[in-house]
Ligand binder design. Sequence first.
Ligand SMILES: [Zn+2]
Length: 255
Amino acid sequence: MESELLRVAKVLKQARRILIITGAGLSADSGLPTYRGLGGLYNGMTEEGLPIESALSGPMLQRNPALCWKYLAQLGRACLSARPNAGHEAIAELQRIKPECWVLTQNIDGYHRQAGSPPERLIEIHGEISPLYCQSCGAESVELSQHLAGELPPRCNECGGILRPPVVLFEESLPEQAIDTLYAELRKGFDAVISVGTTASFPYIIEPVVRTRQAGGFTVEINPSSTDLTPIVDVHLKGKALDVLQGLISHISGD
Ligand SMILES: [Zn+2]
C-alpha cells in the first residue's frame, strides 16, 4: 500500500492536467450518510411507501411539493450538520499546487467550495443544495437553514412561489453547462484521473477514466472496497478517502 501510494504521488507530481472525481464516499468521511444519487439516505422506500426516486423527482416537486420537500429537507439538514473534511482540504491543496487540476463531483453538499476548491475548476454535476431559488420569479434565497426550520415547502419572500435547491432531482436532466465544461476539458485530455469514493456507474463518471487510460494517462481509484471502476484503473488505493488523500498530499506538497 505505502509503495503504491508513493507511486501515485510520484506520477501526480509530474502530471499537469489532473481530474479528481468525487462521490459519496468522500462526504461519508464527514459523517454524511452515503447515498446513491440522492436516494440511498432512505433505504429505497419512504414512509409513504414510495420509492425515494419518485419522492425526490422533478415531477413530484411540481405535483406534491410538500412531499418532495420533506425529503429534500432531510438532505439539506444532513449537509448543514456536517463539514468538509481533511480529504476535501487535500484536494483543494492539490488544486493550489496544480493550476490545471479539476474536480468533478457528484456530491451536492457544497463541501469542495467550502474547503477552498476554486469554483472555476469545480464541476458539480448533480448541482448543489443551496442557494434555494424561486421557481416562479427566480429570486435567490441563501438562508437554507432558516427555511428548513420553517414551514415546508419553503416560499419566496418576493412572490410567494415555491423555492427549490439547484440540485438535479430524479427524472431531471443534468446541468447543461456542467456537461459542456466536462466534455470540453475531456477533449483537451488529462494526464491523470483519480476517482475518490464513488461507486456510481454513470457514463459521465466512467468515461473520463476510460478515455484517459486509452490515451495513455494514469488512472487511480481511492475506495475502501472494489467497484465497477477497479478493473479498469492502473492503481486501486484501498482505504478511506480522508486517509489516502492526506497521505498523498503530504508526499506531493512536502518538498
Ligand atoms: Zn418568487
